[in-house]
Design a protein around this ligand. Structure first.
Ligand code: F6P
Length: 456
């Protein structure tokens, strides 16, 4: 087929896929591009005093990557500003944390225009363009203004917000209108897609046709649900690698027959980490006899640390983990091991495998691939139990997990107790059903379904 041009803000194809510690989006996109010929375009992550549009092109593990440096002002207004202080909190239902600054919106528009101007000369007539995530919503409109006629698809990795919240954004209509320059809009779940449809019906007097075509703003666009998945075989290979095995053995030795509960999340307020620690504290309170037999390994790499709301949540988590450890620890036992660092994928796979419980409790999340990785890493004859927030996109597919309301500390405490005491047959039955879903809707399935829908 024609070339696939993948566009995303962060371009982080790992040089060695087993070593990669990149987030879900980056891992999924590098897997996508290893199958299709093409290139991956986006921000280099670097700044330059004056924007030149000069491209850095390199080959990373068989993927051609083309990036541009941005000006510090672009990074402030577009990435830290509109993307991470405006759209991210808004799309995760946190209007209380959303910044509504005019300069951020202007920087976002300017930077998207810059991306479009740099990408346009690289395009060939048959190329299929696939743009990712909230950083780049207006880019199809900007490419069309430059005369680009190619098929252009968009996939939103985050949730789409409820209409009542989206309308708090100045120029919300302009943002949504720009999306009608795509040929296909992909969402993680039916719920996010229906929220988009509702906005269009109410705010733009649009019409939702059969088969998911939506008409508004004198244009039309096809909608679809494409739940993202993981590279199951790659992840199993990482788990069974020497380092994956060693990590498993190391944890088993250090756990000394205690049950490990694991959480792995970027340090982000959307992940429900405070509520999770409070729920775990409640569990310790409710079950004095289980103290000392269990511990929580919470792996939380620092993220977006230039943004004040992220600094705030970091300080609150430091205090909370310290308080709970101070209150409950014994001379030879600590209830929480709280780590602000990343691990290689093979190590992570070993960690998940060693955990009796996987705790994935975001307050709102587009999909959440930790849930899928946790399931994939389990021992089939003695699997652990996944506790999953009902507000993660993954809950739409993973109903066999213990679904919880992450805002309720009592519910979290009860779920942890239930998971730790669940009989083996029940664990195996649930795991089999979950593993089937993880396998059937892996990353290749996601990519192929989206690309097929885009070229049709
Ligand atoms: O969709 C959210 C997301 O793009 C994830 O896929 C990814 O793990 C994370 O955000 C990375 O955020 P950032 O690029 O700001 O570090």
């Amino acid at each position: 087929m024609s070339r696939l041009i993948v566009v995303s803000n962060r371009v982080s194809a790992p040089k060695d896929p087993a070593a990669g510690s990149a987030g879900g989006l980056a891992m999924a996109l590098s897997a996508a591009l290893r199958k299709y010929e093409g290139l991956w375009f986006g921000w280099s992550g670097e700044t330059v005093e004056r924007f030149t549009g000069e491209l850095n092109i390199e080959d990373r593990a068989g993927v051609t990557v083309a990036t541009v440096d941005l000006e510090p002002q672009d990074v402030d207004e577009y990435y830290n500003g509109y993307a991470n202080k405006t759209l991210w909190p808004l799309f995760h239902h946190r209007v209380d944390l959303t910044a509504y600054e005019r300069s951020y919106g202007e920087g976002y528009e300017r930077t998207n225009r810059r991306f479009a101007e740099v990408l346009q000369p690289l395009l060939q007539p048959d190329d299929v363009i696939w743009i990712h995530d909230y950083h780049m919503i207006p880019m199809a409109r900007d490419l069309r203004r430059l005369g680009v006629k190619n098929r252009i698809g968009f996939f939103l990795h985050t949730p789409w917000p409820a209409r009542q919240l989206l309308v708090t954004l100045p120029h919300h209509r302009r943002l949504v209108k720009s999306m009608f320059h795509f040929d296909l809009l992909g969402f993680q779940t039916r719920e996010w897609m229906e929220l988009f449809q509702r906005y269009v019906e109410v705010e733009a007097k649009g019409v939702v046709g059969p088969g998911g075509r939506v008409e508004a703003f004198d244009r039309s666009v096809q909608l679809g649900v494409f739940p993202i998945g993981i590279d199951v075989d790659g992840f199993l290979a990482a788990r069974d690698s020497l380092l994956g095995q060693k990590t498993y053995d190391r944890i088993a030795a250090s756990a000394a027959f205690r049950s490990m509960i694991v959480g792995v999340d970027r340090l982000d307020y959307s992940k429900g980490l405070e509520q999770r620690l409070l729920g775990y504290e409640q569990f310790l309170e409710d079950n004095p006899s289980m103290r000392g037999d269990v511990f929580l390994l919470q792996v939380t790499p620092i993220s977006r640390d230039d943004v004040d709301t992220y600094q705030d949540i970091r300080a609150r988590l430091d205090a909370l983990a310290g308080r709970i450890n101070g209150a409950y620890a014994d001379m030879d036992w600590q209830p929480i091991r709280y780590l602000n660092r990343t691990f290689r994928r093979d190590q992570l796979a070993g960690i998940y495998r060693a955990a009796r419980v996987g705790l994935v409790t975001p307050l709102r999340d587009g999909m959440n691939l930790v849930a899928k990785e946790y399931v994939a890493a389990q021992n089939p004859d003695d699997p652990g139990v996944l506790i999953l927030s009902r507000f993660a996109g993954a809950a739409e597919q993973m109903g066999e997990a213990l679904l919880v309301n992450p805002f309720s500390r009592e519910e979290l405490s009860d779920a942890i107790h239930k998971a730790l005491t669940m009989p083996r047959e029940e664990r195996i039955r649930k795991w089999k059903a979950l593993m089937q879903v993880v396998r059937d809707t892996d990353v290749a399935h996601w990519r192929d379904q989206f690309v097929r829908a885009l070229i049709n």
